[in-house]
Design a binder for this molecule. Structure first.
Ligand SMILES: [Zn+2]
Length: 403
């Protein structure tokens, strides 16, 4: 039997240790102590100083009784989002929530508590099992930085499970690739009341471009957003600069590239349209129709080539796609079946550590722990869902260990 009260107690202790991203020192120390006391080898990699966190990633090695098998990997992240300091848990029956001022931190402390209970259970029941590698990452929430800088040479596992989604009947085997975009438009400042003719309004140009950009759900597997705008200096100054940040995600690399290109095209056309409209005709003719720069009221030369623009594209995380027939999926489904549960493969709309593990050749799918309304002060979790997740993990380990 799984010890429900022990699992609940561990979960409560974990969520009460503050661990916003980059401040994972205390939680890492706590997790290390627990696994060391259970006889596991705990290694901290060198990612901490590299990404500016108090701690590196923790790799916990639990030797198996079936030494001939490759280890199975299980992953959870140590960090939480804000507001996540001084969490006070309200417990009603077997449901945990915060007092409404903070998140609860079930994302992803439920995953950590579940793995701790799984190891305690294995040891108490002297269950035969394969070697296990647990990877507890830092800075997942702010850009998967821990997983991105993890020392993969420390891992032997070729497949594994990340405990980091809500529904306990879900296997997430696909997640999009994402591009983050930073778009800069350079105009020209001028006093808005005294000499507006001399200015180039960067905000307005960006606005013209944005009006033509397709945002939101582009199709069943592609989304796009512009989520941040910075620009302008004063009410009475024509803004010479605007910066926009956004993203495109898709489960299809081609569509990701195409939509990123679409956004690029919108800004390019808006800037060209501005030049076309404001450049004097003689200037146009003189350049053989090539538009270059705005000569406003004939007072400026075209050589400064304003307005200008630039778009920077960074791959935020790579595509995650694990085939439905891959052993990592089949194993979880078989384990579910033994417990009388049907686990369905699904695609997710967001990136997580699993994207990075897959990119490093560890076939990883995501399992739910029961965490609900995550990243909000309404976050909650039912103990029963955590108990069932421990059961599923035990069954995955035993089924694999019988192979
Ligand atoms: Zn998470």
């Amino acid at each position: 039997m799984i010890n429900r009260q022990r699992l609940a107690g561990e979960f409560l202790r974990l969520v009460q240790i503050d661990s916003p991203s980059k401040q994972e020192g205390a939680i890492a120390q706590y997790v290390r102590k627990i696994f060391e006391s259970l006889g596991a080898e705990v290694i901290e990699d060198k990612a901490g100083p590299f990404i500016g966190s108090e701690s590196g990633n923790l790799i916990v090695r639990i030797p198996g009784t079936r030494r001939d098998l490759l280890p199975l990997m299980f992953n959870a992240h140590l960090d939480t989002v804000e507001p996540g300091k001084g969490i006070k848990v309200i417990q009603e029956d077997e449901t945990f929530r915060s007092d409404g001022r903070t998140i609860l931190g079930a994302d992803d402390k439920s995953g950590i508590a579940i793995l701790i209970e799984a190891v305690r259970y294995l040891q108490e029941n002297k269950t035969a099992h394969c070697p296990l590698e647990f990877v507890f990452t830092v800075c997942e929430e702010i850009g998967l930085f821990g997983a991105k800088s993890l020392d993969y040479n420390l891992l032997q596992a070729r497949m594994g499970y990340a405990l980091d989604t809500s529904s306990i009947t879900r296997i997430i085997n696909g997640a999009p690739e994402a591009n983050s975009l930073c778009i800069k438009v350079q105009g020209l400042a001028a006093h808005a009341g005294l000499e507006p003719e001399k200015g180039i309004n960067a905000i307005q140009i960006a606005g013209e471009a944005l009006a033509t950009v397709q945002l939101g759900r582009i199709d069943h597997e592609t989304t796009a957003n512009i989520g941040l705008v910075r620009g302008g200096t004063a009410r009475n100054i024509i803004p010479d600069y605007i910066e926009l940040e956004g993203e495109v995600r898709s489960h299809d690399r081609r569509k990701l590239a195409d939509h990123t290109e679409h956004i690029r095209g919108c800004f390019e056309r808006a800037v060209l349209a501005y030049k076309e409209k404001h450049i004097p005709p003689f200037e146009k003719g003189g350049r053989g129709g090539i538009l270059k720069g705005g000569d406003f009221q004939g007072k400026r030369t075209a050589d400064d080539n304003l307005p200008a623009w630039h778009m920077e594209v960074v791959t935020e995380y790579p595509l995650m796609t694990v085939d439905g027939s891959h052993p990592v999926v089949v194993l979880a489904q078989e384990a579910g079946k033994i417990l009388g549960r049907q686990l369905t493969p699904e695609k997710s709309g967001g990136g997580s550590d699993a994207n990075i593990f897959n990119a490093h050749g560890i076939a990883t799918v995501i399992l739910g722990t029961g965490m609900q309304s995550v990243h909000s002060t309404n976050e909650y979790i039912h103990l029963e869902d955590m108990v069932q997740t421990v059961q599923l993990i035990m069954e995955i380990i035993s089924t694999y260990s019988r192979s």
